[in-house]
Design a protein around this ligand. Structure first.
Ligand code: 5GP
Length: 206
């Protein structure tokens, strides 16, 4: 029995360094779901092992700006000197085909999606502590102490925005976090506000 005509849009967001990408990977590695990942577009150069069209669409600033001008981005943001954004067409097509689409994006982008598609499910991925965030950022080894300090301050401001989300998932362990996200998606499928109208229509009850 299918009560939703359209698929769910699931937005995973949260501070930088919280491990959103790792949680997303664990989520997609789990069984028992039919999720589609929305591949983002970025102007940052590929890291070793990253594949165009799989991890990101790697484009130039000119190409990215052309996509913005043409209204082809659902959302976009500038993050540490590079553009990141979600191409709209693939998201719309997949949702219309009834598929569940997952975005993994930073918080400014999530805010734009909230304006345009408030019916999406917004999940805030949060660090278990500020120390854990600090350790993660240090372990990456790519940023100076000063930049790490700025990131932590930014994370605190972003945590203050968590009230705008539907759910908060603390990334204590990656498996736990991915498991909770799957449970949230299942619950949303039984949400009265999402399914009651179609259910009554199906029964012919007004
Ligand atoms: P990274 O360069 O480490 O792959 O990603 C940097 C940040 O950009 C991460 O917080 C990631 O979630 C975010 N990000 C990735 N794709 C998008 C996107 O399409 N839109 C927005 N707004 N942020 C994105």
């Amino acid at each position: 029995m299918k009560l939703n005509d359209k698929g769910l849009l699931i937005v995973l967001s949260g501070p930088s360094g919280v491990g959103k990408g790792t949680v997303r990977d664990a989520l997609f590695a789990m069984k028992g779901h039919n999720l589609v990942y929305s591949v983002s577009m970025t102007t940052r150069p590929p890291r070793a092992g990253e594949v165009h069209g799989h991890d990101y669409y790697f484009v130039t600033r000119e190409e990215f700006e052309e996509n913005i001008r043409a209204g082809k981005m659902l959302e976009h943001a500038e993050f540490i000197g590079n553009y990141y954004g979600t191409p709209l067409e693939a998201v719309s097509e997949n949702l219309n085909a009834g598929l569940e689409v997952v975005l993994e994006i930073e918080v400014q982008g999530a805010e734009q999606v909230r304006q345009k598609m408030p019916e999406a499910v917004f999940i805030f991925i949060a660090p278990p502590s500020l120390d854990s965030l600090y350790n993660r950022l240090r372990r990456r080894g790519t940023e100076s102490e000063e930049v790490i300090r700025q990131r932590i301050e930014k994370a605190k401001r972003e945590i203050n925005l968590a009230y705008k989300y539907d759910y908060i998932v603390v990334n204590d362990t990656v498996e736990n976090a991915a498991d909770k996200i799957l449970a949230i998606i299942r619950s949303e499928h039984a949400s009265v506000k999402r399914v009651l109208k179609n259910y009554k229509k199906m029964l012919g009850v007004e």
